[in-house]
Ligand binder design. Structure first.
Ligand code: NDP
Ligand code: OXD
Length: 320
């Protein structure tokens, strides 16, 4: 039986971690963990808050007294797309550790492509001792970051620290020290300057299918890396995978690193697995740490109880 103090947890990842974290999370509150088979049929009608990742649509009709919905991740497309979502505040997960780990993935992949990562791995497998000529520096390479929110602006700053020339693009023009920025009206100028393109965009109606052949064809082609490189850790729905495959084959893209895919897990039938100029990571760039997630939810509930506004609330009119 739920009450006004109840929090519903409906997370479709990390079962063991969720169960373990819930042993100490939310002291003084009652928690209904829908991932626990013994709790899944409990009456939810009085619960005030829900923490969700890919929730079942029935959740919202069963929990009619909710005051706010917390996303189990930084992205919210998996919440906003659920049929019957009530008109309540949806809160994103913003976390220092998640942000740091995403920037690590971005810097790691940029360095991999800068420092001939594929070629040296191939040479190692063939036991070939051969120094590849030409060692461009990070400063010779322009990384264009699409999406300058919490994750994109941190990645941009860390890429700068590594020496890359960094430019950025977002819906509304941003000011970031040392980073030249562009907005929607100047997308083509931004692409024409970019050697390594980094996608850190949310999935919305506007970003759906954005990374396609037409966009890749506008990237800079005469840079020191010998062709444009595409990195994406935002959402798979923003990329057109048939175009990526063709562009990796015909040289429109020299190489790519993808953490997210149109359908996850990536089908074993996908030709992407076979591409020797592509790095694949399994939506693992920056996992949500459930202990940090529950701390963030508790902090936000305490704010509400103290009469303060929730932070990181999604603007439902733009979808992120
Ligand atoms: P934010 O909401 O903080 O930032 C989103 C950025 O995208 C903003 O700069 C925003 O512009 C920009 N943007 C959104 N729509 C458009 C558009 N149509 N045109 C141009 N720019 C646009 O999100 P985060 O940085 O926290 O996260 C970004 C995404 O990363 C998440 O939505 C999620 O999908 C993904 N993610 C992936 C993970 C992984 O492990 N692979 C882990 C965590 C998140 P503006 O600044 O003008 O609002
Ligand atoms: C997120 C994710 O949105 O893990 O946090 O993709």
């Amino acid at each position: 039986m739920s009450d006004q103090n109840s929090i519903i947890v409906d997370l479709k990842f990390g079962r063991d971690d969720v169960a373990k974290a819930l042993k100490t999370a939310f002291p003084g509150r009652s928690v209904i963990d829908l991932g626990d088979p013994t709790q899944k049929d409990i009456d939810l009608s009085q619960a005030s808050y829900a923490v969700v990742w890919k929730p079942d649509p029935s959740l919202f009709s069963r929990a009619a007294s909710l005051k706010a919905i917390f996303s189990g991740g930084a992205g919210v497309d998996h919440v906003l797309s659920v049929p019957g979502l009530p008109n309540l505040p949806v809160v994103r997960f913003v976390d220092r550790s998640l942000t740091d780990r995403m920037s690590e993935w971005v810097v790691w992949q940029c360095l991999h492509h800068l420092r001939h990562g594929f070629a040296y791995a191939r040479q190692q497998r063939a036991k070939t001792w051969n120094e590849i000529g030409g060692q461009p520096e990070a400063r010779d390479v322009t990384v264009g970051v699409m999406g300058l929110g919490v994750l994109g602006s941190d990645a941009a700053q860390k890429l700068k620290t590594m020496g890359f020339n960094v430019i950025g693009w977002s819906r509304r023009k941003k000011e970031i020290a040392g980073v030249e920025t562009f907005d929607v009206a100047t997308l083509d100028d931004f692409l024409a300057r970019t050697d390594i393109l980094v996608g850190l965009l949310p999935l919305t109606a506007e970003t759906h299918g954005l990374f396609d052949r037409a966009l890749f064809s506008k990237l800079r082609r005469d840079g020191v890396l010998g062709g444009p490189i595409f990195l994406n850790a935002g959402r798979g729905g923003s990329q057109v995978e048939v175009d990526i495959i063709d562009c990796l084959r015909d040289g429109t893209l020299k190489a790519a690193s993808l953490d997210i895919f149109e359908r996850e897990p990536l089908s074993t039938e996908s030709p992407l697995w076979q591409m020797d100029n592509l790095v694949i990571t399994p939506h693992a760039a920056a996992a949500s740490d459930v202990r940090a997630l529950f701390r963030h939810v508790e902090e936000q509930i305490q704010r509400v109880e103290a009469g303060q506004p929730l932070q990181h609330v999604v603007d439902r009119s733009v979808g992120y």
